[in-house]
Each structure stands twice: as C-alpha cells, then as structure tokens.
Design a protein around this ligand. Structure first.
Ligand SMILES: NC(=O)c1ccc[n+]([C@@H]2O[C@H](COP(=O)([O-])OP(=O)(O)OC[C@H]3O[C@@H](n4cnc5c(N)ncnc54)[C@H](O)[C@@H]3O)[C@@H](O)[C@H]2O)c1
Length: 284
C-alpha cells in the first residue's frame, strides 16, 4: 500500500520531528495539537529544520516554504484526521491524556486505520485497551532527531496483528526507516536501559561527583557513544525523561527506576533541556 496522508497528533519535539521526516519523504501531514501557540511554534521549527536538512542529510530535497506549507495542515481539531491513511501519535507521555485521546481517535478514524503510538515507556497493550481496534495499535519509538535516524524500535502489543506489523513496516520503509521489532513491556528495550543511564547520571551530578561535560565525555570518549546521558536527557526533554521514569517505576514497582530528586527539581524549575534553552547545559 502507498501511504499519502498521515495524521500526526501532538506538535511537540517528536510531532515536529515526525512531520519534518514525512514532508521530506513527500507525504501529506495533518498536524494536531490542543495548543494553538504550539502549532505556531511547530510551523516555524518545521520550516527551519527543512531549510537546513540538505546541509545535514545528504540527498534531502530542497523545498521552498510554499512547497512545505502545501504539504502540511496545522489544526486543533482532531476531526481533521478522519481521512488519513495512518496515525502517528506523539502527545505528552501521560496515560490519562493518551487514554482520552485514543478513545476519541477510535471514533474519528476509519476502522481499518492503524495507530502508531510514539511513546517512551507506556505499554502498547495498555494504550490499545482504550480503543476497539486492539489489533491495529502498534508502538513506533521514533528516535530524535527523527529525519537523521534511520533505525527505530517497533513494539508489538499483546493483540497487535501480523498484518499491522507488515503495514507499519511498509509505512516506515516509505520514509526510509528500518524497524527492529520487539515485544511489549514498559520502556521496551531502548528506554528501559537508557533511562537508568540518564537517571543515574543525574544522581552523579546531584552528588557533585563530576560536571555534566565530564560525565558525557566519559561515555563518548571511553565508551564510544555518540552522545552522553546528560546531553541525551536535554535533547529528549527532562520532563519527558521524568515522566518516563514515573511510568517505569509504577509499571515494574522497582526502586531502581525512582526519579532522581535533582531531575524532578529541574523539571519544576522549567529547566527542561534544549526545548526551554537550559537543562544540564545552557543553550542560550
Ligand atoms: N522527546 C523524545 O526524544 C522522544 C523520543 C521518542 C518518543 N517520545 C515520546 O513521544 C511522545 C511525545 O514526546 P515529546 O517529546 O514530543 O513531548 P512534548 O512535551 O514536546 O510534546 C507533546 C505535545 O502534545 C500536545 N498534547 C498534549 N495532549 C494532547 C492532545 N490530547 N491532543 C493533541 N496534542 C496534545 C502538547 O500540547 C505538546 O505540544 C511522548 O509519549 C514521549 O514519551 C519522545
């Protein structure tokens, strides 16, 4: 099947990233957020990212502002996704919000449309339970920045059908993505492990054991990682990291996932990382 029009719900870090990638791959996008100002911010960031894309990724098309805007519609009205071929949902990592959204989406979209859940930690089986199409709900853990990351994690919920997996792989291959399919448990493979790294790195800062730059350099220079845990946390958004740790803690009832108090304090102080200009590093 050739996908043409995709509904992207949530216009934050990931909704923006997914929209950019879809547009660069000639797909039409309906981008939904509850906040008008977030859609305005998303429009600016999408235009800017696409303008710089040819410099950062070889082979990216050079698109004019008009060409980009012809491919995307911004709206606060969820009903706009009634005729899309696939939905990628990227709203705040909060079960109550996702539950409410999915029960609405289920009524709005055609019965055969699949829902791709972009979540850091929530169980896909749990998200599917908010719909009447449990076999058509699948996890797609996009990596950030989306258009620069060719491989992602796909999560198979308890009821996700083989047909949905095949269809999702088709959709992802249309945007040049390679999927690694795993089973469903909160945090999946990537975040169940990476959030322990990020959280423990925050404890290291709280204990004044080292400066953020030194922590990250150890991971990059000694372990050969592309990014260290603290710069990764800043890129993801410290609020999203803290929310994910909360989900992991509640899901596994295991103290190893308790959120570092310093991380929580930084979230309360709105030091959310790149998206607010300051986190473990200053971006202003
Ligand atoms: N940030 C990352 O690096 C990353 C990576 C992979 C997956 N994720 C997951 O993707 C999802 C989105 O993360 P993010 O970093 O983009 O968050 P974000 O906080 O940057 O953006 C979330 C957006 O969702 C909007 N929203 C909330 N409720 C909504 C609703 N009912 N309808 C429409 N929009 C709504 C908010 O207004 C906000 O703009 C989360 O589940 C997160 O765990 C994040």
């Amino acid at each position: 099947m050739e996908f043409k029009k995709i509904g992207v719900i949530g216009a934050g870090v990931m909704g923006i990233g997914v929209s950019v990638d879809l547009i660069l791959n000639n797909l039409d996008v309906i981008l939904i957020d509850t906040l008008e100002e977030q859609l305005e911010k998303a429009k600016k960031e999408i235009l800017e990212t696409i303008r710089f894309a040819p410099m950062l990724k070889k082979g990216s098309p050079k698109l004019s502002q008009e060409e980009v805007l012809a491919r995307i519609k911004f709206s606060t009205d969820l009903n706009e996704v009634s005729d899309v071929d696939f939905v990628v949902e990227n709203i705040t990592e909060d079960w109550e919000l996702k539950k409410d959204l999915y029960s609405k989406l289920d009524k709005i979209c055609e019965k055969d449309i699949c829902f791709g859940v972009d979540t850091s930690c929530l169980s896909i089986t749990q998200v599917a339970s908010a719909t009447e199409r449990v076999d058509k709900v699948i996890g797609i853990h996009f990596m950030n920045p989306v258009y620069l990351k060719p491989t992602l994690e796909v999560m198979k919920g308890f009821h996700t059908s083989e047909e949905t997996i095949a269809l999702t792989k088709d959709f992802l291959s249309q945007i040049g993505k390679n999927a690694i399919v795993v089973n469903d448990f909160p945090g999946f493979v990537s975040n169940r492990i990476s959030h322990l790294f990020m959280n423990e790195a925050a404890f290291v800062i709280q204990d004044d054991l080292a400066q953020p730059k030194d922590v990250d350099e150890i991971f990059k220079k000694c372990f050969g990682h592309t990014m260290g845990p603290l710069e990764t946390a800043d890129l993801i958004g410290l609020d999203t990291v803290a929310n994910s740790l909360k989900v992991l803690y509640e899901s596994y009832q295991d103290p190893k996932f308790r959120c570092c108090p310093l991380l929580k304090k930084m979230v309360d102080a709105k030091l959310l990382g790149r998206k607010t200009g300051r986190g473990f590093y200053n971006y202003n």
